[in-house]
Each structure stands twice: as structure tokens, then as C-alpha cells.
Design a binder for this molecule. Structure first.
Ligand code: SAH
Ligand code: SF4
Ligand code: F3S
Length: 471
């Protein structure tokens, strides 16, 4: 398997080299470099994929622009909820107009939505100006698809149902120089009954721990101090490898890498968050004090129909054990409102969990019916106005709770990773605490990418205003 993966990476690199020459010639003729723009929707998986595609484009000789007025535009789509799909169609309408002005413009679409047959058919019939369509399993082939399009002059569509391949070692363009996402696994085997992800991202595949460690060492040597390990259910990492290893063991190995100061991960599933992981977090000096632990619903009855494989009591007990081991941990969550059959009693159970746990923040979603998932054909879909009313009540409780809990570090000094110049006030820097909360403070831009000590002068609910401490 490894051989096929390496051979494929080599083949793609050769195509990139050919395109590079071709684009250098074009640049000389036209007196300018071609431009590209990527719009990324959805989760960190997609952001990471976009970095890989951007890496290939830059190596070929494209330069990035911040608007869709570019020679090459790519939409990396998400389909987890209906509104994610609608966003794409809005953008495509705009891109179609741009292409009328610049007929040489290339428009490509990839990502989760392209794994759905109906969406692709819709684009083929209504948005005929699209040049390249590919899915989630073959982004490593992007250079080849671009080359095919340049030669053939016809729309190129390449969508795979699933794959066992894991192709790495291709160009990569990190958005930040000091922090990076690292895929540790792809796909999902959980089939929560509302969720489209297993259908569009395929079966679970863990990367070899050696490859992950190597990648992180290379990142550390390149100045990266914080990594975010990515997977749809990181707790089941390693179970299907030839030499099985647990997620906690992987974390312990990563902890040893010099230069890496902060380790985050996304997303753990409550059903198999082990005591081993809790202990590893407790004993670690690098794993951040933050757990995103999606509950989805507080009703054990609904959790069963959602196929989440834990109960309200089990979840609360898990939270208790986590807090016992790591008292200053920040907990955040995802909650779905209006899942089919949700009654007022079910919903009150959700409010009860939110009240009991005291999340620092929570992403709340209105249930969205995804064709092909078991929940889509359940008969007792909740009426829109009922769901909306519950959503508003939940949001209020979440906001009250986070205003209370998020300010608990006020008047302490904490380590902050400085990330950027504040987008609203250029005199301020913005950084992140270990528990993921933002801090704004005065400081020199040379600090970006380093970890500094900041006194948290004032809590503003969702962020702090701080003062840089000289050490
Ligand atoms: N693998 C992660 C979640 C990935 S999807 C996990 O299991 O926690 C991110 C979030 O989108 C989910 O946690 C869920 O809250 C939400 N979501 C997924 N499908 C949805 C749907 N059909 N309607 C509304 N929200 C949904
Ligand atoms: Fe979707 Fe469940 Fe997999 Fe998360 S664990 S991606 S919610 S199926
Ligand atoms: Fe969306 Fe795909 Fe992520 S459906 S949430 S981009 S895995």
C-alpha cells in the first residue's frame, strides 16, 4: 500500500513540474503571473484540504488573491447542513458573471458536496461554465485534473466513491507560519443518523503514527509551535492499523517532539473518550486545556435514535471525570435542535445538560434534513417554528452560561500564543489562551508566532483585554 501511495505522490509531483514550466512560459508571454482564489466552506478538514490545493497551485506558479476576480477560482464545499449548500450556489452565480468578462477564467469545485450525485448533476446542468469537479478522496490528484482540463478544453469530473489511499508529501501551503492542522485520520464510521459526513468522507482510515510524527517534526523544525490534530472521531484513532495504537499513546509520542508547545485536537466523540486520554491530558504540559465534546442532545432517548452510543448520564459522568482530573479545562460542544421526534421533554433535557455542564461556548444548529441519512426519512420531523423557538431558548441559555464561565481567568496571568494584528484595532495584537479564548493586548508585531505571558485585565465575556508582561 505504502508503495502505491509513494508512487502516486511521485507521479503527481512530476505533473506539477511539467505545469510549472508551462506556467513560467505563459508568465513570460503575458508579463504577469496567473492568480488564484480558494473559497473554503465547512470544517477544519476542508481548511486543511484547501491548504494542500493552495500549495500545489503556488508551486505551479499561481499567486493568491483575496477575491474571486482571479484566473482560477476553487470552491471547497461543505454539505453538513442545507445552508452550506445554498452558500455555494450564491457564489457560483457571481463566478459565472466574472467568467463572462474573463472567458479564460477557470472555475473548479471540490469537497464534500461533490460526493453527492444530485449536487453534481445540478451543477452540470445549471452551471455549465464550471471547468473541474472533484470530490474529497482525490484532492492529491488536483494537478493532474488541472492539466487534463488545460489540454482537453472540456469539463473534467473525477469523483471517487471511497478510497484506501493516503497520499501525503505533496506541496502544502500553511495559512499560519506558527500553527498547523495535521490530519491523523480520514473519514468516519459512526453513522450518526442525522449526519452526511460518513457518506461524503468515506470509511475511517488512520494515518501511520510514524508518518504523523515525521510530519510534526518537520513542522516544528519549520517554526510551528502549535498543532491541531484533525479527525472526525479522534478517539478511535489507530484502532484499525496493522499495529494498533490508541489516540492517547499517539499524543504521548507527539508530546516528546521538541519545539511543539501546544497540542490541540478536534473532534473527540464522547462515546469512546477513554480514561487513558483524560490521564494523558492531565499529565501533559503541552495538550491544551480545552475539550470540544459534542453532546448533540441531552435526551438519552434521542441520543439512541441519533446513534450516538452514549446516554445523558454517561456524558455527565464523563464531564465529571474530566473536571476532576483537569479542573481548569474549558469545555465546548455542538448541539442539534429539532431532530425528528424531539419533544419538549427531550429539549428540556438538553437545556438541563447545558445548565449543568457550563460550557464556555456551544455551536447550536437547527436540524437539517440530509438526503440519504436515516433521519431524513423519519416521519415525525419537527415543525420549523417549534424548532426555531427551541433554538432561540437554547441560544439564550448558552450565551448566559458562557458569559459566566468564560471570564473565570480574569486578573490572572496566562500564556498566550500571539496570532495576528487585531483586525479592528491595528494597535492591538490578538492571541489565544490554552483554553482557546482570545486575548487582545498592546504589543509589537514581532511577537506574532511566539508564546508570551499576558495579564488578563478585563473579561469581556467571550474574550479578554490584557496587558503584556515583561519577563
Ligand atoms: N465528527 C464531529 C462532528 C462533525 S459535523 C462529531 O461527531 O462531533 C459538526 C457538527 O455539525 C456536528 O457535531 C453536529 O452538531 C452538526 N450536524 C451534523 N449533521 C447535522 C444535521 N443534519 N443538521 C444539523 N446539524 C448537524
Ligand atoms: Fe457525523 Fe457522527 Fe461521524 Fe461526527 S461522528 S462526523 S456527527 S457521523
Ligand atoms: Fe462539511 Fe465535509 Fe466538514 S460536510 S463539516 S466540510 S467533513
Amino acid at each position: 500500500m505504502e508503495n502505491i501511495n509513494t508512487m502516486e505522490a511521485k507521479k503527481q509531483q512530476e505533473i506539477i513540474n511539467v505545469l510549472k514550466l508551462q506556467f513560467a512560459e505563459m508568465e513570460e508571454k503575458e508579463g504577469r503571473k496567473k492568480t488564484f482564489h480558494i473559497e473554503t466552506f465547512g470544517c477544519q478538514m476542508n481548511s486543511r484540504d484547501s491548504e494542500k490545493i493552495s500549495g500545489i497551485l503556488k508551486e505551479i506558479g499561481y499567486v493568491e488573491t483575496d477575491t474571486e476576480e482571479a484566473d482560477f477560482v476553487l470552491y471547497n464545499t461543505c454539505t453538513v447542513r442545507e445552508n452550506a449548500n445554498n452558500k455555494l450556489y450564491g457564489h457560483l452565480g457571481f463566478a459565472g458573471k466574472l467568467k463572462k468578462k474573463n472567458p479564460d477564467m477557470l472555475i473548479a469545485i471540490c469537497g464534500c458536496m461533490m460526493q453527492e450525485h444530485e449536487a453534481v448533476e445540478n451543477i452540470k446542468s445549471k452551471y455549465r461554465f464550471v471547468d473541474i469537479i472533484f470530490g474529497t478522496h482525490n484532492i492529491f490528484k488536483f494537478a493532474e485534473l488541472l492539466q487534463t482540463r488545460l489540454i482537453s478544453d472540456r469539463v473534467v469530473i473525477d469523483i471517487w466513491k471511497d478510497t484506501k489511499m493516503i497520499i501525503e508529501d505533496l506541496p502544502n501551503d500553511r495559512k499560519y507560519s506558527f500553527k498547523s492542522g495535521v490530519n491523523i485520520m480520514y473519514g468516519c464510521n459512526n453513522f450518526c443518523s442525522y449526519c452526511i459526513v460518513p457518506y461524503v468522507r468515506g470509511r475511517e482510515r488512520s494515518r501511520n503514527p510514524k508518518d504523523i510524527i515525521e510530519e510534526i517534526k518537520t513542522l516544528a523544525a519549520d517554526g510551528v509551535v502549535e498543532i491541531m490534530l484533525l479527525g472526525q472521531n479522534v478517539n478511535s484513532y489507530g484502532k484499525n492499523l496493522d499495529d494498533p495504537i490508541t489516540f492517547a499513546q499517539l499524543l504521548q509520542e507527539i508530546e516528546k517532539i521538541d519545539g511543539i508547545e501546544r497540542i490541540r485536537f478536534m473532534t473527540p466523540h464522547p462515546k469512546d473518550l477513554s480514561q487513558e486520554l483524560i490521564d494523558t491530558m492531565k499529565n501533559s504540559s503541552k495538550i491544551c486545556k480545552h475539550l470540544h465534546l459534542p453532546i448533540q442532545s441531552g435526551s438519552s432517548r434521542l441520543l439512541k435514535i441519533m446513534n450516538r452510543k452514549y446516554t445523558k448520564e454517561g456524558y455527565l459522568d464523563l464531564v465529571r471525570r474530566i473536571r476532576e482530573a483537569i479542573p481548569d479545562i474549558s469545555l465546548t460542544t455542538d448541539i442539534i435542535v429539532g431532530f425528528p421526534g424531539e419533544t419538549e421533554e427531550d429539549f428540556l433535557e438538553t437545556l438541563d445538560v447545558v445548565g449543568q455542564v457550563g460550557y464556555d461556548s456551544a455551536f447550536t444548529f437547527l436540524y437539517s434534513r440530509r438526503t440519504g441519512t436515516p433521519a431524513a426519512t423519519m416521519e415525525n420531523q419537527v415543525e420549523d417554528n417549534v424548532a426555531k423557538d427551541r433554538f432561540d431558548r437554547l441560544l439564550k441559555l448558552v450565551q448566559e452560561g458562557s458569559a459566566k464561565s468564560a471570564g473565570r481567568d480574569e486578573h490572572t496571568s496566562q500564556k498566550v500564543l500571539v496570532e495576528e494584528v487585531n483586525s479592528q484595532n491595528p494597535e492591538l495584537l490578538t492571541g489565544r489562551l490554552s483554553n482557546n479564548i482570545l486575548v487582545h493586548f498592546k504589543g509589537d508585531t514581532s511577537l506574532i508566532g511566539s508564546i508570551v505571558e499576558v495579564y488578563l485585565k478585563e473579561s469581556k465575556g467571550f474574550y479578554y483585554m490584557g496587558e503584556l508582561l515583561d519577563l
